[in-house]
Design a binder for this molecule. Structure first.
Ligand code: PMT
Length: 406
């Protein structure tokens, strides 16, 4: 059995002593059926010969952004699009710093910027470098963007030191890659999801907002990744870490969220709108801080925001659309109305109020679709998210089978 059969993995190798282990890693991936293309940073060749990797992968190894022969064939943008996974092993402190800064100094960092594929990186460096606050901050920045760091291991180092910084053994990295591609019910499916609140500016320092914490949406993102989905999370301003393996786009206002969703939703199979999007925004945003003045009242004119969910559901080529309904009363009736009015495939309704639905760690949902419904009782948002994703998968599979009954 070849569990990685046909998977497209871009293996990035940076200039560390552990680079020699990348040959064994490439061999293990190829043995499992993966297609592996290797990109080295210019100095990585000091530690391992490109010919070795070319012999193992059967592909020409690339190390230059300015290579006319390669750019004429599969250019760097095509290579970035080709990859289902970018795996950097070893990942030096310099690579982590460049990736965190969004630098495009060489072919590998450029590909990391240009690719929307998930990035796994196996750090390898001297223990003092790994412990340095700059590296710690870079690692945290990358993790907050959904980059998964594999290791490092603790132990004897090539320089004679002992401590954290050894690259994980190729077998352990290979095991994680297998896990990454393990068949979930949404493997190969792209999901775009909104979460959190929006902020609608009144002036440079004030906004209209709401109490959404993002907990429900982030838990759904995690449950989708566990089912193997490729997840893009468009998040309003929240104080939550990005779940591993999730591509996150931070936005502020409803209009920003609309633009970010439409930039991501083109190839999506499923769209889930969990964000608490402001229905209205101030008609004008004051250029300077509003002054109190003498009046006891302040009148603010509001204009309607675009409805992101309705606009996605109205696309000619549309994904399976799941909405939420936050209601203080008559939950089922209002949710059914929204399901019909917005032309949705499914809606998850929750009763909201003081410490209910919004902000809380627990929640309950009434999930409704044309012709059926299920009540998911009160439980943690993480458990609830797994139950909701199960229902989405069932309805999505049923709809896909009905549309293409082969
Ligand atoms: O973030 P938490 O603190 O964990 O709280 C979770 C939650 C209560 C925010 C969540 O469970 C929830 O109910 N989210 C939807 C909140 C909401 O705005 O509901 P609504 O009934 O007003 O909107 C209906 C649907 O249209 C929603 O899917 C919403 O995302 C979408 N919408 C609304 C307005 C708009 N301009 N664009 C939209 O896409």
């Amino acid at each position: 059995m070849q569990p990685l059969r046909g998977r497209r993995i871009l293996l990035g190798i940076t200039a560390g002593i552990a680079a020699y282990k990348a040959a064994e890693l490439a061999r293990l991936l190829i043995k499992d059926g993966a297609q592996v293309r290797v990109v080295m940073t210019p100095s990585a060749g000091e530690f391992i010969g490109p010919l070795t990797l070319q012999a193992i992968t059967g592909e020409v190894v690339r190390d230059s952004l300015f290579d006319p022969a390669h750019e004429a064939a599969m250019g760097h943008i095509e290579l970035a699009r080709w990859a289902e996974l970018v795996l950097v092993a070893p990942a030096t402190a310099d690579f982590l710093a460049n990736a965190a800064a969004g630098a495009a100094h060489d072919l590998l960092t450029t590909l990391c910027l240009a690719s929307t594929a998930p990035l796994l990186a196996a750090p390898a460096m001297n223990q003092a470098m790994w412990r340095h606050p700059a590296t710690r901050a870079n690692a945290q920045t990358l993790q907050a963007r959904g980059v998964e760091l594999l290791g490092p291991d603790d132990g004897e180092q090539a320089c004679g030191d002992s401590g954290p910084g050894r690259m994980l053994e190729p077998a352990a990295i290979h095991a994680r890659v297998r896990e990454f591609f393990a068949d979930g019910r949404l493997t190969g499916r792209r999901v775009v999801l909104t979460a959190g609140p929006t902020r609608e500016a009144l002036d440079p320092v004030r906004f209209l907002g709401n109490r959404s914490s993002g907990k429900m949406g982030f838990a759904i993102a995690e449950a989708l990744v566990a089912q193997g989905a490729d997840v893009t999370l468009v998040a309003g301003p929240v104080a939550l870490a990005t779940p591993a393996g999730v591509r996150r786009i931070d936005v502020d206002s409803a209009q920003d969220m609309h633009a970010a969703v439409f930039a991501a939703v083109r190839d999506a199979d499923i769209f889930i709108a969990c964000a608490a999007v402001a229905d209205y925004r101030p008609a004008t945003v004051a250029a300077q801080k509003l002054k109190k003045g003498d009046s006891e009242t302040l009148r603010v004119d509001l204009v309607r925001n675009p409805d992101i969910l309705s606009d996605v559901a109205a696309l000619a080529q549309r994904p399976f659309c799941v909405g939420f309904a936050a209601e203080t009363h008559d939950v089922a009736a209002y949710a059914e109305g929204k399901l019909r009015a917005k032309g949705l495939d499914m809606i998850a309704a929750n009763q909201v109020g003081v410490s209910q639905g919004f902000e809380a760690d627990d929640n309950a949902l009434l999930v409704i679709w044309p012709g059926g419904s299920v009540a998911l009782p009160s439980q943690s948002k993480r458990q609830l998210a797994s139950g909701l994703v199960e229902l989405i998968v069932e309805r999505f599979d049923a709809q896909t089978a009905a549309e293409d009954p082969r």
